[in-house]
Design a protein around this ligand. Sequence first.
Ligand SMILES: Cc1cc2nc3c(=O)[nH]c(=O)nc-3n(C[C@H](O)[C@H](O)[C@H](O)COP(=O)(O)OP(=O)(O)OC[C@H]3O[C@@H](n4cnc5c(N)ncnc54)[C@H](O)[C@@H]3O)c2cc1C
Length: 399
Amino acid sequence: MVIIGAGAAGMMCAIEAGKRGRSVMLVDHARKLAEKIRISGGGRCNFTNRYTKAENFLSSNSHFCRSALARFTPQDFIALLEKHGIRYHEKKSGQLFCDDSSQQIISMLQRECAAAGVDWQMPSQLKQVEYLPADKESQYTERKFMLTTERNTLEASSLVIATGGLSIPQIGASALGYQIAGQFGIHVTPLRPALVGLTFSDEDFIGFKDISGVAMDAEVSCGGMAFRESILFTHRGLSGPAILQISSFWQPGEFLHINLLPQQDVQQIFLMFRQSTMMLPNILARYLPKSFVQAWCATVLTQLSIAVKPMNQYRDNELREIVDNLHDWQIIPTGTVGYKKAEVTLGGVDTHELSSKTMESKRIPGLYFIGEVVDVTGHLGGFNFQWAWSSGYAAGQVA
Ligand SMILES: Cc1cc2nc3c(=O)[nH]c(=O)nc-3n(C[C@H](O)[C@H](O)[C@H](O)COP(=O)(O)OP(=O)(O)OC[C@H]3O[C@@H](n4cnc5c(N)ncnc54)[C@H](O)[C@@H]3O)c2cc1C
């Protein structure tokens, strides 16, 4: 068999197929192995999430991922790490990271591939894929894929596509997997960058450009989903875990709703200070970063035509508007920072075209799609790697 893409899913599939005695060739066009694993989780790879459930994934078929996730679980991956003596820790909400470096995961997968007798062709470009179906008349003619790479021609009874998504083209992401799906008439759902920072218009955001680097706790909601984590101001807009999470659910033209003080009742705070001669920003700065308060007053209060003044000089309706805007700041992103910065690609090979048990195409026997190229996208927190391991394992049992 041939696997195109030696990332997380491709290597996992190669290991499992190799263990079954299959002759496996891993083909990748990158010069350096598994760069996405290396840069993930800030260099420590958030390799899984202990609490992985189907509900942590977006897909046009929300049940598709269940079978694979149940057959290769976070505990199975943890057992592999422990077998290799790799130390790890839980950061929060089940997110597991290496203690030292993500390179340990890459080396572990390399060692497992070597033990399973996997062959490599890397770096190597795939030029052409041809499919010769089994001849139904003759029991001797089996199906085969003929692959032309820049180095040679490969023949395989199974072809596994593990080319990942479109994010971070600088380190080797390409559209090849989607193109191969297209070549075989396999539907690909619409693609867009996800787990990605959002951009805003100058009008809405100019005052915040100077506070790039400021982070704060917030609850961000949109499209019926809400995430309570930190948000980060950047030169181009907003990022940070809560924004990355919501970016997968946000549709162009929709408002984001941001509760800037989810842990406080601003109305109660204002009641406490109602008769005070303190200036509003000084009161808010007790609960929010000072630089943010200044930027927020300069931008949002200006848009509301409310002046900055001592608390006791505000009218009740002005305070109500301020409370509403702090608990529900409504702002429309102009877009995302794109694939150059996105962690994943939302959408992919349509799951209705694949067996959820094996990842094999229902129409083209012997053709498999695994990992991020499939229309299964995890939330932030180790879920995308778990999908790569689980789907790679599923295909590795049969391909
Ligand atoms: C900055 C960043 C941080 C991330 N952090 C995390 C994290 O901490 N936890 C988490 O769960 N997820 C994280 N992710 C997402 C995670 O990296 C991916 O979802 C995961 O790597 C997908 O695995 P994959 O095997 O499907 O694809 P990849 O790991 O991307 O592997 C695809 C492979 O295919 C190869 N390839 C592509 N095109 C071709 C071609 N034309 N010819 C030959 N080979 C090709 C590539 O070179 C690559 O080696 C992060 C992503 C990014 C960008």
